[in-house]
Design a protein around this ligand. Structure first.
Ligand SMILES: CC(C)(COP(=O)(O)OP(=O)(O)OC[C@H]1O[C@@H](n2cnc3c(N)ncnc32)[C@H](O)[C@@H]1OP(=O)(O)O)[C@@H](O)C(=O)NCCC(=O)NCCS
Length: 211
């Protein structure tokens, strides 16, 4: 008698592109609103980046000349909305729960960029926090919420995140929220005029390892 051949269960793949996303994303955590911001919030985002110029600059790719202007941020926030509508990226800002998101101060950002569908179903995680709000677990809280959203409603299978080898705080956040180191990409990013190595980390959707 012929034995039935067993094949591994098939992973389900969300269609590409996912339904164009037109509604605003607002994630609520115990202490934060993690949300998209419209172009008219440009001044608030600029205030955050100006206050954190020395804190975020050394770990960020080289910035355009007009990065520290309201004009740049107004067009960047409009681009963020368009990228989300097309399913390419989701860029969110952290605001304390004490104030309504429509006028609270921006204290950080977290993003999924380079969202790829089809056979990949993955995205690149990035984040930054106001220096004065470090050491409170706020970024871990925000990244947890974004991962839940990415693996839940967005249906992604894998999130990737890179950090400079000496960025121990970033490594600690990623470890805390379940990312594992997968390797080192040599001279993969230009920061401050120097090609820098990046540690590669990733987290799979819950249950992915058993599929
Ligand atoms: C990377 C970065 C976001 C980390 O910020 P952070 O505040 O250290 O991160 P977390 O939100 O996870 O907080 C963890 C710290 O809060 C403490 N903490 C306090 N209450 C906590 C709570 N309820 N839950 C979790 N941690 C808590 C932890 O013990 C830890 O403190 P420690 O650093 O003294 O060990 C921040 O340093 C940053 O913006 N750096 C520059 C930008 C950057 O590097 N971005 C990443 C590029 S790859």
């Amino acid at each position: 008698m012929k034995r039935a051949r067993t094949s591994p269960p098939r992973a389900s793949v969300a269609p590409f592109p996912m339904r164009p996303e037109s509604s605003q994303v607002l994630l609520t955590t115990p202490r934060l609103y993690v949300t998209q911001l419209p172009p008219d919030a440009a001044a608030r985002v600029l205030t955050y980046h100006t206050a954190n110029r020395d804190h975020l600059g050394p770990v960020s790719p080289t910035r355009p000349d007009n990065f520290f202007t309201v004009t740049w941020w107004r067009s960047r926030l409009a681009q963020d909305a368009e990228d989300w509508r097309r399913g390419l990226a989701l860029r969110l800002f952290l605001l304390p729960r004490e104030s309504p998101p429509s006028f609270g101060p921006v204290i950080g950002s977290v993003s999924l960029s380079d969202i790829r569908r089809g056979a990949l179903q993955c995205g690149e995680l990035g984040f930054g926090l106001d220096a004065r709000h470090q050491g409170l677990g706020l970024m871990s809280e925000a990244v947890h919420a974004l991962c839940d959203y990415a693996f839940g409603p967005l249906g992604l299978h894998r999130l990737q995140a890179n950090h400079l080898p000496d960025n121990h705080r970033s490594a600690a956040v990623l470890h805390r929220v379940g990312f594992s180191v997968e390797g080192l990409a040599r001279q993969s990013v230009l920061i401050d005029g120097r090609w820098r190595d990046h540690v590669l980390t990733a987290r799979l959707a819950p249950g992915a390892l058993e599929r």
